[in-house]
Design a protein around this ligand. Structure first.
Ligand code: AMP
Length: 290
């Protein structure tokens, strides 16, 4: 595996691959890699060669009071994991390489970026869209792989790709979970003792939704009530939002006749976690994927 730290070198390597008519796959990450990230890598490897994994803790997507300084940075372990996985390139630019002095441009996907995660984290999606557009420009991937765990992010990036006529095809991959249901996240490393146990509330609230829908419940307000009551019963867990939104616009769902997401965000101690379930009508029944 080649470790690339400059934009010019990454562009050159990607250009060479494209000239050889190879199919380039990009997996953007912030490092502190876990099985969730590696599942994206494996999916990329099914369709692409070379596979490029970027590791960049993007300062522009962290708000002033957020965890940029303490975000886990585990480069040596990440390098080893990517090497073992057979990744071709790790693109690990320093912050000054991505945002040199005088950098002034940002990308805003209007409307979608202000709701839900965007309301709790102002400026977050502007930072995400800006860095992903830069990565797309540098690598010009044929395919880019994202996790469904960040469903709103995926929708925003899809919208950006469509609005700006980007060629990259976006692939959305399933959520990888711990044995007790907690969605893998680099931020899980912050959870201590009791908090780690309490953090399963997010998954349990989505499971409650799945059970209720399985038992025939179709009323969005009652489903939200079930989600919220699981969260309220969990010690040390502060719910940020529980919402059911339609999958194409992330507007509050009025029923379950179209594909929806049940979204949940909460603080466990000082750690902010998100999770979701995909709700899809399937003939006379409804399939819920947690
Ligand atoms: P991050 O490093 O947190 O920015 O995540 C990089 C990519 O990995 C994003 O596309 C995430 O959605 C994806 N990802 C993070 N956690 C998981 C997970 N538990 N399962 C699947 N994908 C994930």
């Amino acid at each position: 595996m080649e470790i690339v730290r400059t934009i010019s070198w990454m562009k050159q390597a990607a250009r060479d691959a494209r000239r050889q008519e190879r199919v380039i796959g990009l997996v953007p990450t912030m490092g502190a890699l876990h099985e969730g990230h590696l599942s994206l890598v494996r999916e990329a490897q099914k369709q692409c060669s070379p596979v490029i994994v970027s590791i960049f803790v993007n300062p522009k997507q962290f708000g002033p009071g957020e965890d940029l300084a303490k975000y886990p940075r585990t480069f040596e372990a990440d390098r080893q994991a990517l090497e073992n996985a057979g990744v071709d390139y790790a693109f690990v630019p320093p912050a000054e390489e991505m945002y040199p002095a005088g950098f002034r441009t940002s990308v805003t996907v209007e409307g979608l970026s202000e709701r839900l995660e965007g309301r709790s984290r102002p400026g977050h999606f502007r930072g995400v869209a800006t860095v992903v557009l830069k990565l797309f420009e540098i690598v010009q991937p044929h395919f880019a792989f994202f996790g469904r765990k960040d469903a709103q992010q995926a929708l925003i990036l899809r919208q950006m790709a469509s609005d700006l006529n980007l060629d990259a095809q976006m692939v959305l991959c399933p959520i990888i979970r711990e044995a007790d249901g907690l969605a893998l996240s680099s931020r899980n490393a912050y959870l201590k003792g009791e908090e780690r146990r309490a953090a399963t509330a997010l998954y349990r609230s989505l499971e409650a939704t799945r059970r209720e829908i399985g038992a025939g419940e179709r009323d969005v307000a009652r489903l939200l009530g079930a989600m919220r009551s699981v969260m309220e019963a969990a010690p040390g867990v502060a719910l940020d939002y529980a919402e059911i939104v339609d999958a194409d616009r992330f507007e509050p769902a009025v029923g379950l006749r179209k594909a929806c997401y049940a979204l949940i965000a909460a603080r466990v101690g000082t750690t902010r976690l998100i999770d979701n379930a995909l709700i899809e009508p399937e003939g006379d029944t409804i399939r819920v994927t947690v």
